[in-house]
Design a protein around this ligand. Structure first.
Ligand code: M6R
Length: 612
């Protein structure tokens, strides 16, 4: 949940670290800090964003060709300067940055205090660097060995980088359940939570695996051992990410850029997967499990937040098209409730980041119960795809805005392809229906482009409603998960309270909330339950609720009833979420901008939630 970066080489480390921290800021922005080695060990850190850190270091000595940097999402200890990383050891010779949680920090701290250690912060991280130094001095071992021994004593998750004043030519990095990539340049090395800080310096990367320690020496390069002291041959990979993928490209916010990228990102999710005149679906990553998928007795989809909403769309798709009973579970609940899983069940884990702690733990649990597990993830090489048996990447490209947008539509696209492929194999969908959905799916990118033309109209609606306290979102069938997603988008970036409901449930409670101050976003596209949604709209109108309706292009019935309508092109009902979600993303975006919120980095949130 924090961003970490380290550098050792021939350049000044500080500019590399600062630029890297800006790129990693989506992971957390409560405080920022750097440690630089240049004869001495200098630390600068401050509560707030990386820009605050830059102000803090103005005019100060930031020289040194070895250093580490951190941007924090607070877990243990308030987000103040004292708790900002890097943290130092008792002698102040060692500095550490950490992403994760050391769960047994309390007993370790008690023990270290007894041994005379004094702590300067409330963090679990500081305990770890004290422990490492304590081992180094008392067991008379070198720093690498001390790190290795210490990591055998800690319980929890970590991606750490350590520097030492006494060993200015070495960085030590390690990971367990938190991501870490090592970049290998010409006589220079980078370590980071993801590849964005190193993208303009090298394309050669090594992704560390759990319980691996990378020792990066200025002259000898990279060596990897495990915490059990086995030597590992680094597996060098070529980075696929391009610089323009992680820049704003003229947009005011990453979120807006990512909303506008959806025609392309949906296309990329389908590219090479929907082929030939017969629209054959080829999902390379899961090909060898085709039989297992076709014969599945049940699908269990797990995820969190927006990925969970995509999973709910998946439930409609798998049941409708492939006739496979499907359950969708919050990963956080699934992992703790002893779920019943059979050998014929398929578990599908959905995650943009591929690092969400609850989803990863749920995958591990399902594995122990013998399930076959597929991943639908966006970040290549992340932890969840590595923990699953097989899977399909969404290929949406880097998503940097904390509010997920293009990841959702890419996840739904992959789920649609899976449902269609399985349905065709099982014979649960007629060939003509299959063809009609497949053909429509290939037209979705241009239809998304159409929906994006409503941007100015949606901005006007946003101006009218930006100052309300509450919003309701209602949808039926395929549009129910979209209603949930619309409410989540609004909550997380505008801080306006919003609820998503199945439209028919309104009369069982939420209708009591409706008065002339309550805007209700109704998903009312042409669908099997169109008449029913018309009745729901009438019920809202009767109570003076203010209706913003998302309707199909030729609908004239609802236009008469709603205060505002946003039209989307007609499509197959099962593909509606790919279009109907776009106006909701834009509505939330504009309201947040009008309210002056930090759209890309909303308060209290971080892009990947690598803690429980
Ligand atoms: O990376 P993941 O897809 O696993 O993340 C899951 C949620 O944390 C994420 O979708 C979150 O809800 C977003 N901020 C929603 O916009």
């Amino acid at each position: 949940m924090c961003g970490i970066v380290g550098y050792i080489g021939h350049r000044e480390a500080y500019p590399v670290l600062i630029k890297g921290l800006h790129r990693l800021e989506y992971r957390g922005y409560d405080s920022a800090g750097v440690a630089l080695i240049n004869g001495d060990l200098r630390i600068y850190k401050i509560a707030g964003k990386v820009s605050e850190l830059e102000k803090e270091t103005e005019g100060k000595n930031t020289h040194g060709t070895c250093g580490i940097g951190h941007t924090r999402w607070a877990t243990h200890g308030e987000p103040n300067t004292r708790n900002a990383h890097p943290h130092v050891s008792e002698s102040k010779n060692l500095a550490i940055i950490h992403n994760g949680i050391i769960e047994n920090y309390a007993p370790l701290k008690t023990e270290l205090k007894k041994r005379g250690h004094a702590f300067l912060s409330d963090t679990d991280t500081e305990v770890l660097i004290h422990l490492i130094e304590d081992i180094q001095l008392n067991e008379k071992v070198d720093l690498v060995e001390a790190v290795r021994i210490a990591l055998n004593q800690v319980i929890g998750a970590y991606a750490i980088v350590i520097v030492s004043k006494d060993e200015p030519d070495m960085l030590i990095a390690a990971r367990k359940s938190s991501p870490m990539v090592v970049g290998i340049g010409e006589g220079e090395y980078f370590v980071a939570s993801d590849a964005s800080p190193l993208i303009e310096y090298t394309r050669n990367v090594v992704y560390l695996n759990d319980e691996e320690i990378a020792i990066v020496r200025r002259d000898k390069g990279l060596e990897i051992i495990t915490i059990h002291n086995e030597t590992i041959t680094p597996y060098l990979q070529e980075l696929q990410m391009q610089l323009d993928m992680i820049e704003k490209g003229g947009y005011d916010h990453y979120m807006l850029k990512e909303i506008y990228e959806q025609p392309n990102s949906i296309m990329d999710s389908m590219r090479g997967r929907l082929i030939g005149s017969r629209n054959t679906i080829v999902l390379g990553g899961i090909k060898e499990y085709e039989k297992k998928l076709t014969n599945a007795k049940r699908m269990i989809i797990i995820g969190c937040g927006t990925s969970w909403h995509a999973g709910l769309v998946g439930e409609y798709l798998f049941e409708d098209i492939a006739r496979i009973p499907t359950e969708v579970e919050y990963a956080s609940e699934f992992r703790y409730r002893n779920p019943v899983i059979n050998e014929d069940d398929i578990v599908i884990a959905i995650s943009q980041s591929g690092e969400t702690a609850d989803t990863l733990a749920a995958v591990e649990l399902a594995k122990t119960k013998g399930a076959t597990i597929f991943g639908i993830c966006n970040v290549v090489g992340s932890s969840i795809p590595r923990a699953t048996h097989a899977g399909s990447y969404t290929h949406a490209g880097p998503e940097i805005g904390v509010a997920s947008t293009k990841a959702f539509t890419a996840q739904v696209t992959v789920l649609t392809l899976m449902a269609l492929a399985i349905g065709r194999k099982r014979g649960t969908i007629t060939e003509s229906k299959y063809q009609s959905i497949a053909i429509e799916l290939s037209k979705i990118p241009e239809k998304v482009q159409e929906v994006l033309k409503s941007n100015a109209h949606i901005r006007q609606i946003a101006e009218e409603y930006a100052h309300v306290q509450n919003f309701l979102y209602l949808g039926r069938g395929y549009n129910f998960p979209v209603a949930l997603e619309g409410a989540l988008k609004l909550k997380e970036i505008s801080y306006i309270h919003a609820e998503g409901y199945p439209a028919a449930e309104m009369k069982h409670g939420p209708i009591a909330l409706i008065d002339e101050n309550m805007p209700v976003v109704v998903m009312a596209t042409n669908m099997s339950a169109h008449d029913k949604i018309v009745s729901n709209i009438q019920e809202i109108r009767a109570r003076k609720g203010r209706i913003i309706a998302i309707i199909s292009e030729n609908d004239e019935v609802i236009e008469e009833m709603a205060e505002h309508v946003i039209r989307i092109p007609d499509t197959e009902e099962s593909l509606t979420p790919l279009l109907s979600v776009i106006p909701l993303q834009l509505l939330a975006y504009h309201i947040a901008v009008i309210l002056g919120r930090n759209v890309d980095q909303p308060r209290n949130l971080a892009k990947s939630v690598t803690v429980e």
